[in-house]
Design a protein around this ligand. Sequence first.
Ligand code: DAH
Length: 338
Amino acid sequence: MSHKLEQLRDSALREIESAGDEQSLEAARVKYLGRSGTVSAWGEQMKTLGKDEKPTVGKLLNEVRNAVTAAIEERAQKFRAQKESAALSNIDISLPGTPHERGSLHPLTQMLDRSIDIFRRMGFALADGPDIEDEWHCFDALNTPPEHPARNEQDTFFLRDGRLLRTHTSTVQIRAMQAAPPPIRVIAPGAAYRRDELDATHSPQFHQIEGLYVDENVSVADLKGALEFFMRELFGPDTAVQFRPHFFPFTEPSLEVYVKSKALKGGEQWIEVAGSGVVHPAVFEQVNDARGDKAYDPEKWSGYAFGLGMDRLAMILFDIPDIRFFAQNDLRFLRQFA
Ligand code: DAH
């Protein structure tokens, strides 16, 4: 005769098999496996058995518990699957879905990425600074005296607390030199702001890549070599680069950079793309004062700096006629650069 436990198992399995829904299955589970269920009660009873019976009954009890547990899980699984297919039965999975549009990088971002890539190959590291600046970083440290027109309220967005939106990325030159002694070779891409009227070629927010290289014996020749290499990598080997004397308070000599390339639309004319120059010793002195040391001794160190107009570069590279397109978020425009 089979053991009482085996009879218990058989009736449990039968009950589980015939459970028609989740509630009756749960009822069966409580009945057999619940804290005061039948199988659990056998566990209690084990304690009263003699030494000779305990091992066989214990083994059998385990088998029964496992078999009942497995049967309940299997049945539950079946109910879950039924539920799922019922939920799906109203859905035609062969219908086309709602497509997700694939985005692409903004042309200015593409231009920045390409430029950063070229400078990285030349050994420049990335530097960063805030868009909201103080006057010292934006002007004084860059040898720009208080009476300079750039500091005029008409050109600069001032905040009520006296800070301002940086009018150029040259601020990052100062921050980079405050943070580390020479030699230094960094670029700083970012936005700059001026109170310009918005038209096809002017925008109150525009983008620059600032560059700074300080080492021993750095000269205009290094500056010219670096920027010529950059322009030819960007616009092709036939690109001509011209440096014209100019004035910036923070460089001496100062040079404006022009490019001309047959590969570009309007290729026969010179287009201004950057300001540049050899770092003015007064800038080093300002940095030294702020650092409280003589790390940037103008007798020992020299450097070049440049500021590239990224909107302009992107406009000539991609033949974009109006700077306002960059900020209008018009997909008809943006899709052309996907
Ligand atoms: N900061 C200047 C501007 O926004 C551009 C510039 C000129 C940057 C000369 C430089 C530089 O680093 O050396 O017009």
